[in-house]
Design a protein. Sequence first.
Length: 169
Amino acid sequence: MAEASSATPSDDVRTLKEGKTLPVAVTPNEVLDIPASSAEVTLTDVKQAHRIPQGEYLSPATADPGTTYICLEFKVKNTSNQTFKTTYLADARWTGKDGETENVDQAIGVDCAELGLEKKSFLDAPEPRPGEFVRATTVLMVPDDQPGVLEFDEALEHAMFKVETSPTT
């Protein structure tokens, strides 16, 4: 009888760390009219906070109880001959150390500019054409009770990379 595996689906997915770059590829899908494309994704900065200032005349954004904001600033350089869809970086799957998992989407109306990151989000960023690059930020609200990973995937749910998270202290 085979022993049950304790491996999670993200165990074989490459980890992207701050200041590092990974090549990523999007699988083509004729039915959904998605061409093959590729890019170099660099995690240029990471900030984490329960409250994020939103400018001089706006109230700070406050994370829900038991959660924290993770601000991820990326540089995405298109290395293919097709436009690269940056919206793949606007949401992720979070999985905690204990196996709890949930989908997390871009926090709408929250930016990390007051923390020193790009104000532009991947929901508003242009999709880079061949040879172009774009810098933008993804703001996600994740559980704050345990370490975990944010797994970013492309349209067909093939994981491109993951970013580790940790609870705030």
